[in-house]
Ligand binder design. Structure first.
Ligand code: ZN
Ligand code: ZN
Length: 353
């Protein structure tokens, strides 16, 4: 087997360079994964552009949405075999703290998450924009034969969508509004559908994203550049009552204000979208006057197995979210285009070989 691999290294703000790195050796309890597909997340683009407020520093390998094939095993791994196709859950938690012990492991302070800002002071963990990754075997979830590793890489964002639907208390027959039709907006819409939500109304300001939402089954995909017109349309669609729940994936104050106004009294609002500079504001007067329940989402917990089974059962077609596929060797171009062309690209994926 070869000793080195290709990796896409962030060497400074906005700059990615292809480098050769040693292939990692799996430690005890770890598997060596030959990655096949890695999604480009909005957070990867945020980090590349602004280093997330200095909490991620170059040199660093981005990428956390990944799937591949088991290529080797460290000592003590019985649950996987070489050749297994797996989706990787990217966060390794301590397993000992209050949050881990109560099943809310996404809140673990000691989490080591691939290519993400971890607890201040803890080391940053190189991500998955590379050919091989050594990862804890218990965070590698086997894919059924009918799911590709491309779909496997998209289980990570789908898990966020499911957590958002769960946090929003999604129930059969409801009407929901999703603000933002990027990848997370789309997977939120798909998760709401699986939870039985009858109607999903999607808002965005970019027409290509709205077209993708409509293609994937949104009942209404509304351009919210004119907020008053969008608000009227939502009221029309809900017989004047407003929606039962809303999920904001935009992290934009104007969008949050709009979804608050689109909600029925007593409804649930789930905040997923994140502004790394902390500038997101919420119209609290309207929230209180209408007794809106505010919920938020930080990644996800206990969701990979059901997300994989949902995709394998054909309840979601994850492949159709992807609009752009680049070979790993063209990661610098993929990231540059991702930063420059938000209106044209909904979801990019790196194909590792
Ligand atoms: Zn992501
Ligand atoms: Zn913990």
């Amino acid at each position: 087997m070869k000793k080195t691999m290709l990796a896409a290294l962030m060497v400074g703000p906005g700059e990615i360079r292809m480098v050769e790195r040693d292939i990692p050796v799996p430690g005890p309890g770890q598997a060596l994964i030959r990655l096949e597909y890695v999604g480009v997340c909005g957070s990867d683009l945020h980090i590349l552009e602004k280093d997330w407020g200095g909490r991620i520093t170059a040199p660093h390998i981005l990428g956390h949405e990944c799937a591949g094939v088991v290529a080797g095993l460290g000592p003590g791994v019985a649950e996987l075999a070489v050749g297994d196709r797996v989706a990787l859950e990217p966060g390794k938690t301590c397993g000992k703290c209050e949050f881990c012990k109560t099943g809310r492991y996404n809140l673990c302070r000691e989490v080591k998450f691939l290519a993400a800002p971890n607890t201040p002071g803890s080391p940053q963990v190189d991500g998955a924009f590379r050919e091989y990754l050594a990862h804890d075997a218990d965070l590698c979830f086997k894919l059924p034969d009918n799911l590709s590793t491309l779909e496997g890489a998209l289980i990570e964002p789908l898990a966020v969508g499911f957590h958002a639907a769960n946090q929003g208390g999604a129930r059969p027959g409801q009407t929901a509004v999703v603000a933002g039709a990027g990848c997370i907006g789309l997977v939120s819409m798909l998760a709401l559908r699986i939870c039985g939500v009858a109607r999903v109304i999607v808002l965005d300001v970019m027409d290509n994203r709205l077209a993708k939402a409509a293609e994937l089954g949104a009942d209404a995909a509304i351009n919210s550049r004119d907020p008053a017109a969008a608000a009227r349309r939502i009221l029309e669609l809900t017989g004047g009552r407003g929606a039962d729940l809303a999920i904001d994936t935009s992290g934009v104050s104007a969008a949050v204000e709009q979804v608050v106004r689109a909600l029925k009294k007593g409804a649930n609002l789930v905040l997923v979208g994140y502004s790394p500079d902390g500038s997101l504001t919420i119209p609290l007067r309207e929230v209180i006057n209408n007794e809106i329940t505010l919920k938020s989402v930080f990644r996800y917990r206990n969701i990979y197995p059901m997300a994989i089974q949902s995709a394998a059962a054909g309840l979601v077609d994850l492949k159709r979210i992807v609009t752009n596929v680049y070979p790993l060797s063209e990661a610098p171009r993929a990231m540059e285009e991702g930063l420059k062309n938000k209106a044209g690209i909904v979801k990019s994926v790196l194909k590792m070989r």
